[in-house]
Design a protein around this ligand. Structure first.
Ligand SMILES: Nc1ncnc2c1ncn2[C@@H]1O[C@H](COP(=O)(O)OP(=O)(O)OP(=O)(O)O)[C@@H](O)[C@H]1O
Length: 681
């Protein structure tokens, strides 16, 4: 052990002591606060009869304050205990211009030692910590609310402290991170998504700390850390704007419950509360007030995988286009100008001229169209009352209320939606059958019309919206989101990972809906070995992808004689997994039917079938579909049934790409019969 390492070990012990003392102080504070709370409560109980309302309110407030202080102390203790396990992961020695050099230790949370009145550990989100990610030795700077601080980084170190022990430390006099990053990436994935604070890369840091973009669009290749970055960005924003944004003010739109569960550890791990989360379908059901049963996105994709129906594809394709959105907008203008056929209205002896009705209707142009009738009716009632010089009877009021909407050709949103297809001369593009749920492609179009025609209350309480898997949402869906959520947004995804190529959106598409968006492209891929990334490239070549230099076995395509032999091969692969040292295995199929078949053939305990209904991510061996595996990752992946019979269409190819890119260290594919042409070369 050299002198530097000895010094660092001693310093670590010193910090742990300080942390232990801080825990003792917090414990005392908690004890004191709960004693005070108990005393206060019993005082109130005894003196209740003599207290007036004001006393009661004051007593209630003081109890709430005490409880809040107690809760804050408990949170602080939790953080201190975590810091004792791993207080920091980095250090920079920084000399601000004209000042002495000071060491800045950076960790998951900050630690301010009250006795020394000094910050012994800085939160990774603190302004000064940004230099750890952004600069090497030499000139450096960081922004603060009162201006940029410039100076020199004279030393930079990285540490791995686990269970309070220094496992290793690295002096970064050359390029930062690679060594530690390599070690992190080579590890097995045992559980849910992890934090990456110790190894955030420079381009990732820029996204995490961006404070200016009203809409941030992250287009990143598979495994580029999009989801990780988005969650760290949320943690950063919660820290930076802690006075104005709380966890409950953020909403994550996630593709499914399993994914939501998979990412659910990251923010609490970063010391933040759980963030509300919602699926697109839940949002749709909410917006349609559960009035129309509809097909889910999963059902739409399953239908596409089951059969090639050209008319179905044509409907989806059209409704996912930009043209569709602009046609809907043109239609709204058209009905505004043409569907209100005004006639003069007689109420008693008063005649309300048609021109007056028209003028009133136009005057409310800011009000959603179908909401204007009631306002126009009120104006007409006032007009008649003034003209007749008397109050109106209830019947007359009712007649006016009914007559005005009758002048509009159609007043039901679904009827108008149907009429839209007549107007564009493509009635065949709408299939509405009352015995069938609404097709998924129609759901957000209908919501969009409702929003424009009837108005829907916006989600005002949401101060930041996070949309993952952006490629799966269409321009109409983005138009709805843009009108519903007026807050800042982070939107991320990868157009190569679409599960429905007929309805995929690229970053460029999204930019058209949000012209103010800042688009960031991330091309470095961290998840998979070079061999796996190269293999997946056969399916979706992307010359921009930069795989990290990490090696593993070449993916294997195993040929079998018939399904039984294939299932036996999969059984054997799961058995081998047990002794491989890997922690997670994903068996990723094209369809749920295939997944169920594999599950039946592998009835061992500890093997979990994930379906659309599943709500939680499971450790160990998971059998699922590519659609549901999106966003997840496994040490080893098996993709069964990659035959020409099973994988032949564009949707199938997308599924295969998603399945292969879930693997971190090992990938095996099995088939019987003829191999799919997508892999045959
Ligand atoms: N800077 C980093 N340090 C350590 N690990 C990282 C870093 N960036 C990404 N990773 C790891 O790479 C893997 C992929 O990250 P993540 O799932 O966030 O990527 P993604 O772009 O959302 O992937 P996909 O779109 O394929 O689902 C994860 O294991 C994550 O921990």
């Amino acid at each position: 052990m050299n002198a530097t390492e000895r010094e660092e070990r001693e310093y670590l012990e010193h910090i742990k002591e300080q942390l232990t003392r801080a825990v003792v102080r917090v414990d005392e504070a908690v004890k004191q606060s709960s004693n005070e709370l108990r005393q206060k409560k019993s005082y109130i109980h005894e003196h209740q009869s003599g207290m007036d309302e004001a006393d009661m309110v004051a007593a209630g407030q003081s109890i709430n304050r005490m409880a809040f202080t107690g809760e804050a102390a408990v949170t602080r203790k939790r953080k201190l205990l975590k810091l004792m396990q791993s207080p920091y992961f980095g250090r920079i020695d920084f000399a601000a211009q004209g000042q002495a050099t000071v060491p800045v230790y950076i960790g998951m949370y900050s630690f301010f030692d009250e006795q020394q009145r000094a910050n012994l550990i800085y939160d990774w989100r603190a302004p000064v910590s940004s230099m750890f990610y952004d600069f090497e030795l030499g000139e450096a700077s960081y922004p603060t609310p009162s201006g940029t601080v410039r100076g020199t980084i004279e030393r930079k170190r990285q540490y791995k402290v686990r269970d309070g022990r220094l496992e290793f430390m690295i002096e970064n006099d050359v390029n930062i991170h690679d060594d530690v990053l390599q070690r992190e990436l080579a590890k097995s994935s045992d559980d849910k998504m992890k934090t990456i604070v110790a190894t955030i890369q420079r381009d990732q840091n820029a996204v995490i700390r961006n404070e200016t973009a009203p809409v941030m669009v992250i287009q990143g290749v598979a495994g580029s850390g999009k989801t990780s970055i988005a969650l760290h960005r949320i943690a950063f924003l919660l820290y930076r704007y802690r006075e104005t944004i709380a966890a409950r003010d953020i909403l994550i739109i996630s593709p499914n419950k399993v994914f939501a569960d998979y990412i659910s550890n990251v923010l609490p791990e970063l010391g933040e509360e759980h963030i509300p989360e919602m699926g697109m379908e839940e949002l749709a059901a909410d917006l349609l007030e559960n009035r129309y049963p509809f097909q889910t996105f999963f059902e739409q994709v399953s239908a596409l995988l089951e059969r090639h129906d050209a008319a179905f594809i044509e409907r989806i394709r059209f409704k996912s286009s930009f043209e569709f959105l602009s046609r809907l907008n043109q239609y709204l203008l058209h009905i505004e100008n043409n569907y209100f056929s005004v006639r003069e209205l007689r109420v008693g002896r008063t005649v309300v001229p048609a021109a007056l009705l028209q003028q009133k209707f136009k005057a409310y142009h800011r009000v959603p169209l179908l909401k204007r009738f009631a306002l126009v009716a009120n104006d007409v009632r006032a007009y008649v009352r003034d003209a007749a010089g008397r109050k109106l009877t209830g019947q007359e009021k009712g007649t006016i209320g009914e007559a005005i909407p009758c002048m509009f050709r159609l007043t039901n949103v679904l009827d108008l939606y149907r009429d839209f297809y007549q107007w564009i001369g493509r009635p065949e593009l709408l299939r509405i059958d009352h015995r069938q749920p609404l097709e998924y492609a129609d759901v957000f179009a209908l919501i969009y019309l409702r929003l424009r025609l009837e108005g829907i209350t916006v989600y005002e309480h949401v101060k930041h919206l996070l949309v993952d898997e952006m490629q799966d949402y269409t321009p109409v869906q983005y138009a709805v989101l843009s009108r519903l959520f007026l807050c800042r947004k982070t939107i991320l995804g990868d157009v190569s990972q679409t599960v429905n190529p007929y309805s995929a959106s690229s970053a460029e598409t999204i930019e058209r809906v949000f012209p103010q968006a800042e688009v960031v492209r991330l091309n470095r891929s961290y998840r998979s070995t070079l061999e796996i990334t190269a293999f997946a490239q056969q399916l979706r070549p992307n010359p921009d992808i930069l795989p990290l230099e990490r090696h593993g076995p070449v993916p294997e395509i195993r040929r079998c004689n018939g399904t039984d032999e294939e299932l036996a091969a999969i059984r054997q692969l799961t058995a081998a997994f047990g002794s491989s040292g890997h922690q997670s295995l994903g068996i990723i199929c094209k369809t749920l039917r295939q997944a169920e078949r594999v599950h039946e053939a592998l009835p061992a305990p500890g093997i979990h079938l994930l379906t659309e209904e599943s709500t939680s991510f499971k450790e160990g061996i998971i059998i699922t579909t590519a659609h549901l595996a999106k966003g997840l990752e496994f040490d080893a992946v098996v993709v069964p049934f990659v035959s020409a019979h099973s994988y032949k269409t564009e949707v199938d190819k997308s599924m295969l790409y998603v399945a292969c890119t879930r693997a971190m260290h090992q990938l095996t594919l099995t088939y019987s019969g003829e191999l799919t042409a997508f892999l045959a070369s």
